[in-house]
Design a protein around this ligand. Structure first.
Ligand SMILES: [Zn+2]
Length: 362
């Protein structure tokens, strides 16, 4: 039987293409990587050691990196198994049962399992982290619904968001970003309702994990997502995005944003942001009276009433359809006029003023 190319990097084919054969020096490297892993070294350290000692990588770059090491350590092709794959939405997905003994085994099951065990322990202890925390569960998975470009994780201080790569490279597309935390919560809420019980279990594990165990749980979830999500398209600005030309600033969290995710070969499902937790205080102050009593403009009074009702300043800006910077400017003016110094002081003052007013009327 003729065998096809595209085999693991440590194997070659005989001239008549009927048998796989080891590339001896590469087979030795694979074995060494498993032994290093079994001895407790993490993927990052293994890659660093191989590069430092001049061991050539199997890829075109000739270098080793953490993800190549992790992929190899997880690959059952090292045991001789062949897993048929097919493309679902342009992504390779496992298909059918693995064929045992298809390749010559480069290591045995005992070493494979020892490496798996050590890898999990290594991740759990945090030694495998080395500044490579799993911040973005969707790395390499999400694409832009408009330009089909990859969606990147963009960190600007504490503001972590997903942004279309074309936007980051200033090549156009729609200049919106999606706050990462908001995206992840929305995605996981949708995924929890999926028919994939393994996925649901992994999400619950992450939610229940202690701080120390979170990293490992997130890795397990990310690896599973990589296997099951065949497409994840993000529409940062909704289905009918407004025209906005570069170099406009990148606006945050368009209210019409959504994503479409496909698990395996099922139909795509759409996900929308979760509604923000309601902090409604139930207190409604008359804006006209507020304006008179505290000597505020109608816009300033509306802003104070909105804060008293429980909205944050950002939600207030959205509610009053003003830019957040304008809302901040109004707030500063209101602080000056009312001689208050914080939002809490201000809402307290507004409420006590009304209570006094009501008392004097009764
Ligand atoms: Zn785009």
């Amino acid at each position: 039987m003729k065998k096809h190319m595209g085999c693991p990097g440590w194997l070659g084919l005989t001239d008549d293409r009927t048998e796989f054969i080891f590339i001896p020096e590469r087979a030795a490297i694979v074995k060494r990587i498993f032994e290093m892993s079994a001895s407790g070294l993490g993927g990052y350290t293994i890659a660093k050691k191989l590069n430092a000692s001049g061991v050539p990588g199997f890829g075109s770059s000739g270098r080793w990196d953490q993800s190549t090491i992790h992929n190899m350590l997880r690959s059952r092709a090292t045991l001789g198994e062949y897993q048929k794959k097919r493309k679902v939405n342009g992504k390779e997905m496992p298909f059918g049962k693995p064929v045992l003994g298809y390749y010559p085994a480069v290591i045995d099951e005992v070493l494979f399992q020892a490496a798996q065990q050590a890898r999990v322990e290594n991740l759990a202890s945090g030694r495998g982290r080395k500044g490579n925390d799993i911040a973005n569960l969707f790395d390499g998975m999400a694409t832009c619904r408009y330009c089909k470009g990859p969606v990147r994780f963009h960190s600007n201080g504490n503001a972590k968001s997903l942004v279309c790569s074309s936007v980051l490279e200033r090549q156009g597309c729609h200049r919106y970003r999606w706050t990462y935390r908001d995206f992840e919560l929305s995605f996981l809420a949708l995924a929890r309702g999926s028919a994939d019980s393994k996925l649901v279990e992994l999400i619950e594990n992450v939610e229940a994990a202690s701080e120390a165990g979170k990293y490992e749980r997130r890795i397990e979830l990310m690896l599973h997502l990589r296997e099951t999500v065949s497409s994840l398209r993000v529409a940062m600005a909704g289905s009918e995005p407004p025209m906005n030309s570069p170099p406009a600033p990148i606006a945050r969290d368009n209210p019409k944003r959504f994503f479409e995710v496909t698990f395996g070969d099922s139909s795509p499902v759409a996900g929308v942001p979760l509604p923000p937790p309601s902090a409604d205080t139930g207190i409604r102050l008359d804006e006209g009276l507020l304006s008179k009593r505290l000597n505020l403009s109608p816009r300033q009074a509306a802003l104070v009433a909105s804060l008293v009702a429980g909205r944050s300043l950002a939600q207030t800006a959205e509610h009053l359809e003003m830019a957040l910077s304008t809302a901040r400017w109004h707030l500063r003016t209101v602080f000056e006029r009312t001689k208050t110094h914080s939002q809490d002081d201000l809402t307290d003052l507004a409420c006590t003023t009304f209570k006094r007013l009501k008392a004097s009327q009764e």
